[in-house]
Design a protein around this ligand. Structure first.
Ligand SMILES: *Cc1c(COP(=O)(O)O)cnc(C)c1O
Length: 461
């Protein structure tokens, strides 16, 4: 708009000659709810929005989220180069599809899919879409089996712990499946195989297990649940698949604990999701869904799309989406390799353990994830005169974003503070964060004591 002469001539003199901050657009309000009649120069629009975004928190100090806040410049370059490609146009951009399929192959092997299986999968917007798609497939398989047996199929249910992410509850609600949610206990924030065995029945479409819970970064006992389901299969004939939610853990366990059996090595584990934008180290939004074998996804659910030219299978909830995060995931895979991921995971884990140890030694906190299996620290306050919410608020004044929240039922009396340690969070940052936490605790104690002195004082008169 700015480039052609006619437009330039039309522009007001002050817009051409002053700096952008001196232009009239900065002395006028911008239209927020009605599209403005007239536009403004690109530079002014950019600066107005850019400045507004400064009100957001600083991603580098955001310990609330698992999601990636930094990638290498080369990855960003590739992302920029693919911003204009719609992933679904895959006849036009066949190479993106080829790359996606290489990633699925790598993931299936990372998750130890048996040699005799033909794993399939798809890239998604995040783990949420991946979980919905996985559970829909299991629901469909269950329904077909019930139909074939001439049995009713109107009461599907799904069994999982209250430690699952909200997307599991969304699935049950949106897709009309009864939710059998196993409550947590006072001091154990994952489920047990016995809990699961007691809840499943012939109408159970799948059992959910979490590797790296959102709340405390702990793990449901996937292997024990698998064994319980195998026993049930043998005794009652119910072949109940397990879907493992490895949104964060799927990129941690294979590198830090390769011998831990949580994946396709276990017979009943039929599908796994992982968030590429969490410990896959890619910017948001990319998730992955892998089925152990192509028989785990009913073919009716895979749509064959031919109106973009050629023919392609499509299993997704939405249609168009960007390609750039898929390319970025592939960049990380070939750039880092297994060893590269492993050393990043080790660093994060060391730093999380270091922070956890330092905080524990102050005697002020009770660490919830005592083994620090995943690189995060979840803690509660020990008999202090202030709450985790106050601590969280005060830390925010320094820029740190550290959420305080209550655990799911029946552990809702426990309020925790959670700090996710990411790749960019150096030992130095850990030390600065620790010092700030200590300062804030001291200040909160002081103001509590001051309040008390005032109260005592007022009683005297
Ligand atoms: C983050 C998370 C999700 C949701 O994943 P998105 O990639 O944000 O859609 C689901 N389950 C668990 C355990 C998570 O940590």
């Amino acid at each position: 708009m700015l480039s052609n002469k006619k437009n330039l001539d039309k522009m007001k003199k002050e817009d051409k000659e002053t700096t952008i901050y001196g232009s009239r657009y900065f002395a006028k309000g911008i239209s927020k709810y009605v599209m403005p009649d007239e536009g403004m120069p690109a530079r002014a629009a950019y600066q107005l929005i850019h400045d507004e975004m400064n009100l957001d928190g600083n991603p580098a100090l955001n310990l609330a989220s698992f999601v990636t806040t930094w990638m290498e410049p080369e990855a960003e370059q590739l992302i920029n180069e693919s911003l204009d490609k719609n992933f679904v146009d895959n006849d036009e951009y066949p190479q993106t599809e080829v790359i996606q399929s290489r990633i699925i192959n790598m993931l299936a092997r990372l998750f130890n899919a048996p040699e005799d299986c033909e794993s399939v999968g798809t890239g998604t917007i995040g783990s949420s879409e991946a979980i919905m798609l996985a559970l829909l497939a299991h629901k469909w398989t269950w329904k077909k089996r019930r139909q074939a047996e001439g049995k009713p199929y109107d009461k599907p249910n799904i069994v999982m712990g209250a430690d699952v992410h909200t997307v599991w509850e969304k699935f049950a609600l949106y897709f009309d499946v009864e939710l059998k949610l196993i409550p947590l206990k006072e001091d154990i924030y994952v489920i047990s195989a016995e809990d699961v065995a007691a809840e499943v029945d012939e109408n159970t479409i799948a059992v959910g297990a979490v590797v790296g819970t959102t709340f405390t970064g702990q793990m449901d006992p996937v292997k024990e649940i698998n064994d319980a389901l195998l026993k049930i299969k043998e005794e009652k004939g119910w072949d109940i698949p397990m879907h493992v939610d490895g949104a964060s853990g799927g990129f941690i366990v294979p590198f830090l604990y390769p011998d831990m059996e949580w994946d396709f090595r276990l017979e009943q584990v039929r599908s796994i999701n992982v968030s590429g934008h969490k410990y896959g180290l890619v910017y948001p939004g990319i998730g992955w869904l892998v089925f152990k074998d192509k028989t785990d996804i009913p073919e009716e659910l895979v749509f064959d799309i031919n109106y973009l030219g050629g023919s392609m299978p499509n299993y997704s909830l939405n249609f168009s989406k960007g390609s750039s995060t898929i390319i970025a995931q592939y960049y990380n895979f070939i750039r880092l390799g297994y060893d590269g991921y492993k050393s990043i995971m080790e660093n994060m884990s060391e730093n999380a353990k270091y922070l956890s140890k330092k905080l524990k030694e102050t005697g002020k906190f009770e660490i919830i994830n005592k083994n620090t299996t995943f690189p995060l620290v979840a803690l509660t306050l020990k008999n202090s005169n202030f709450t985790t919410y106050q601590l969280s608020d005060k830390l925010r004044e320094r820029g740190w974003i550290i959420p305080a929240y209550t655990l799911p039922p029946n552990a809702e009396d426990v309020t925790v503070l959670r700090m996710v340690i990411k790749e960019t969070f150096s030992r130095d940052m850990v030390n600065m964060l620790f010092d700030d936490i200590m300062n804030v605790c001291e200040k909160l104690e002081e103001s509590f004591e001051e309040e008390h002195r005032k109260e005592d004082h007022s009683l005297l008169y």
